[in-house]
Design a protein around this ligand. Structure first.
Ligand SMILES: Cc1cc2nc3c(=O)[nH]c(=O)nc-3n(C[C@H](O)[C@H](O)[C@H](O)COP(=O)(O)O)c2cc1C
Length: 165
């Protein structure tokens, strides 16, 4: 049973988890969960927007390029091991949903799926995307995070629903 909530009810908890063991970006059908540690939540174009950043080498990148929406799932503390697994194994050769025994449910306001075990989930519709532009990026950040020049694609998801378990 999930209850719809407001952004400010879950903002701090979501950012803490993002900065901690990570949260899960779920895209595709069949759905594939990938751990993310980078992202923003804010207000643009008169809408609540969540951005997620995906390197082109990820299996998730191909999935994100083929869908209109995605979910972001915040797991309870005890799912530390699963977050590590989804952040080191690829959906290209591993069924992470099966391996983690996740229950996938259809989103309420999007075509994507969410993880029923998650404490909070966001449903997001992709309204914009762009690749990180090295020509305007701080050289120190390039040196530290992009030695392979594999610049992230940044996806802007309009938050169309937020739910708590
Ligand atoms: C804590 C943590 C945070 C991560 N954050 C990101 C991220 O924000 N963007 C990204 O592209 N990869 C990130 N990764 C790496 C991916 O989760 C990892 O490469 C994953 O295996 C890709 O799965 P996929 O091939 O099924 O898409 C992170 C990994 C961990 C452990």
């Amino acid at each position: 049973m999930r209850k719809e909530v407001e952004l400010f009810d879950v903002f701090q908890e979501t950012l803490d988890k993002l900065d901690g063991n990570g949260i899960l970006l779920v895209a595709g059908n069949p759905p594939n969960p990938m751990t993310i540690g980078w992202g923003t939540i804010g207000h643009i174009w008169g809408r609540q927007i969540m951005t997620v950043m995906v390197r082109p080498v990820r299996h998730t990148y191909g999935l994100m390029e083929s869908v209109k929406d995605f979910s972001v799932c915040v797991l309870p503390e005890e799912f530390r091991k699963e977050l590590g697994f989804c952040g080191t194994r690829s959906g290209r050769d591993t069924d992470k949903v099966e391996a983690c025994h996740f229950t996938m449910e259809k989103c309420f306001r999007a075509d994507s799926f969410f993880i029923a075990e998650s404490a909070i989930h966001f449903e997001c519709r992709i309204v914009h995307k762009h690749r990180i532009d090295a020509t305007t990026l701080d050289p120190q950040i390039i040196k530290r995070y992009y030695p392979l020049e594999d610049y992230h694609m940044v996806y802007y998801g309009e938050i169309v629903g937020i739910y708590r378990r």
